[in-house]
Design a protein. Sequence first.
Length: 247
Amino acid sequence: MKDQLHMAAQYLAAAGISFLDKKDDDSHTNAGFNTDNGCLETHPLSNNGDLLSLNFRDFSLEWTSNDGKISFNLDGATHEDVLKWLKETSKNQLNKEYHYDLHYDMPYKMKGAAVFRKDDESELADLTHLRILAEHSLEHIVEHYKLHTSIRVWPHHFDTGIYTGLNDSEITIGLGLAIPDTLSHDHYLYISGYKDGKLIETSSFNKLSKGEWKNDGFKGAVLPVGDLKEEEWNIFFKEAIEQFKKS
C-alpha cells in the first residue's frame, strides 16, 4: 500500500503543477497532511477553496471546494481512469486543464492500464497513523524551538518534513519522516544540519540515546520508526538538534 499511496500522491503534485504558480523550490507541488480526516491535501487551487486530496483511510481521491466534495474510489481504478476523472473534474470545477506531467523521475512508473488495489486495510491504518505521528512530533519541534516553517509532504520522496533555520544560529536543519530506502528497510526518522550551505559532518558527534549518526553519503541521524512512541520521536529530534547547535 505504501507504494500505491506514493504513486497516488503524484496526482496531487500534478495538480499543483497544473494550477499553481511555479515556485523555485518546487513547493507548489507539496502537500499538507490533515490529521483530522487522514487526507493529504494540495495547496488551495482557487479562490473557491478547491483542494485535491488523497484520503489515506478510504484510499480515494477527493475534490473539495466551498460547493461540496466529489470522491473517486481508487480501488480497482486504472491510471487512465484516474486521469479521466481528474481532467473532467478540473474542467467542471476550475474550467482549467489538468496535466499529468511530472518533472522528476519516480522509482516506479504509472502505466495507463496499471490498477490500484486496496489490498490491506490494516496497512492503510498503520500508514495513516505514521503520518499523524509525524505531524504531531514535528508540530512539537516547531513549537519547542519557535521555528517559522510549515510541515509538508514532498511528493517525490514522499517524506513528511520541515526545512528551516534555527533561531539565533547559523544552522539550518532538515528533519522528518522518510519512507523505506537504502538507509532503512523501515520508515525512519531523519535529520541533517547545514552551515554555510554545506552539510555538517557528524563523525565527532556524541552517540544518541536512540538512532545513529551517518556520515557516509547521507550526513545526519536516522532512527527506524518501528513501534516508537511520539515522545521517543521528540527525544531523537531534540538530541540531534542540540548537537547541531553546538557545531
